[in-house]
Structures are given as structure tokens and as C-alpha cells.
Design a protein around this ligand. Structure first.
Ligand code: ZN
Length: 272
């Protein structure tokens, strides 16, 4: 699933070509995309409107429109935008400059929701905690969240109300950087560890953005270009390979049903 760096890469790819453009024609081809709202009603609301800005909040993409409406897109597992015709198109935007932007989604979990400006902030605030690269995300705040939970620290980090935009890949990468075992009860982390995890989350996400995200399976950037973050993974997907820090073999386990990778030596289950 695309995480913050992948969604940010989509955003920065779309913005220069979408901002300022009118949506001359909007075809929504799959009723699941706008459920429970009628696809024709959603298309009609969007058609003729103009895109003022393409923004991101957590894993959500936002198209802010001149009318005061916003199109809120969640890519989920396999959603993505493409400037060239592709298979599995679920919606097509035709712009006033003649260009055509398709939304492709093989597994059909992606969503399009149109909201009034007045409802947008409260909707996003209900779904997302602080932006990890913003000023509200601090060790103090993260520490307070972790201190309330006995669940494994990784499971708590995947809660979008705790860290907006963090997912399976960057949680594993951040915990490796912080030398914290993903199975440790969240409540057991001391202040120093919380501080390391806070910094590590930012560092892992910044590297992901710099590498234009990772390219995995059905996900691609709007121009068909590929991110290269997968070449930078320190632990994610690397079971059986040596830890880049200590050469110990990386182990795979499961946390909350998600594949989880860590170095048993750098990230011991007992506190160092
Ligand atoms: Zn190691």
C-alpha cells in the first residue's frame, strides 16, 4: 500500500500539470470508487470545476477546487494516476488543455469522496493524527500515545491517528533505525527510545520522499516513472539477508497480521 512518501510523490507529480486546469470532463467508471455516493452525482459535481491545489494529508490526496469543493482520494492498495491510457481504469479526468488523466485501480479498494471545504478539515482530522514531518509531531506527543498502549510498538505506529501516513514499510525501517524491536509493548519504551523513534520516523520518510517512494507490484507514479526507495530498504522484505549495521541475519515475524522485519541483534526484545 502506498505510504506517505509514495503519496507525496504522486502529489508532486500531479501538481504541476493539474493546478490551474479545469476538469472539462469527468467519467467515473466504477461505482465502488464513490460508494455510497452515486458515481454520476460525484462526476457532475466535479465537472467544470478548476483545480487550485493538489495537497496531501497522511495517505490522502486532496484536489482543492475553485468552487470550494475538494476531491479526497485514497489510493489504498493499488490505486494510482496515469497520464497514459492503462488497464483497469476506474475514472478518467479530461482537462481543458486536452490532456487525459486516468485513475487505475486493479484491486478496487481506492476511494473518491467529494467534500465541502467546511467539512474537509474535520474529516481529515478524524482520520489522521499529526503529520510526522510537521511541527505537531514531537517526541512528547508520540511518547504520550505509546504510554497508553500495551500493544506492540509497531502496531501503535501503524495507527493513522498516532502517525499520519506511516505504513508497514516505513514503520519497519524507522524501528530498525531507532534500534527498537517492533514487538516491544509500546508502553515499555523509555524517553530516550521514544526520542530515537521520533527522529527515525522522520528520517525514514524523508529518505522515502527523496527516492520518490518505492516501486512495488501495481504501484507507479503518474508519469510511469519508478521510485527507487526499495533499493534503500535496510530491513523491509530482507529476511535471510545481513543487517547493514551488524551483519546479523534479518528475521521476519508478524505484528497485527502484517509481515514485520527486524535485526534480532540491533533490535533485541529485551531493552538494551
Ligand atoms: Zn543489526
Amino acid at each position: 500500500m502506498p505510504e506517505l512518501p509514495e503519496v507525496e510523490t504522486v502529489r508532486s507529480g500531479l501538481a504541476p500539470r493539474l493546478e490551474g486546469r479545469a476538469l472539462a470532463r469527468v467519467d467515473i467508471l466504477d461505482p465502488r470508487l464513490t460508494r455510497p455516493h452515486d458515481l454520476f452525482e460525484v462526476a457532475e459535481k466535479l465537472e467544470g470545476d478548476r483545480v487550485l491545489a493538489v495537497e496531501r494529508r497522511g495517505k490522502y490526496l486532496l484536489l482543492r477546487l475553485e468552487s470550494g469543493l475538494a476531491l479526497v482520494v485514497h489510493l489504498r492498495m493499488t490505486g494510482g494516476f496515469h497520464w497514459n491510457p492503462v488497464t483497469h481504469e476506474r475514472a478518467v479526468l479530461e482537462l481543458d488543455d486536452g490532456s487525459r488523466l486516468a485513475f487505475r485501480d486493479v484491486r478496487r479498494f481506492g476511494t473518491w469522496l467529494v467534500l465541502e471545504d467546511a467539512d474537509l478539515d474535520s474529516y481529515l482530522a478524524r482520520k489522521n493524527g499529526p503529520e510526522p514531518l510537521g511541527r505537531r509531531f514531537t517526541a512528547r506527543w508520540l511518547g504520550a500515545q505509546l504510554a497508553r498502549r500495551r500493544a506492540p510498538v509497531k502496531a501503535v505506529l501503524l495507527d493513522q491517528h498516532v502517525v499520519a501516513g506511516l505504513g508497514n514499510i516505513y514503520a519497519d525501517e524507522a524501528l530498525w533505525r531507532a534500534r527498537v524491536n517492533p514487538l516491544r509493548p509500546a508502553i515499555s519504551l523509555d524517553a530516550e527510545e521514544v526520542s530515537r523513534v521520533t527522529r527515525a520516523i522522520r528520517a525514514a520518510l524523508r529518505m522515502g520522499i527523496a527516492r520518490q517512494g518505492s516501486t512495488l507490484r501495481d504501484y507507479a507514479t503518474p508519469d510511469g516513472a519508478s521510485g527507487s526507495m526499495q533499493e534503500e530498504f535496510r530491513v523491509y522484505g530482507r529476511d535471510g539477508l545481513p543487517c547493514p549495521r551488524c551483519r546479523t541475519t534479518i528475521t521476519k515475524t508478524r505484528v497485527g497480521g502484517r509481515g514485520t522485519w527486524y535485526c534480532p541483534r540491533c533490535q533485541p526484545l529485551e531493552r538494551l
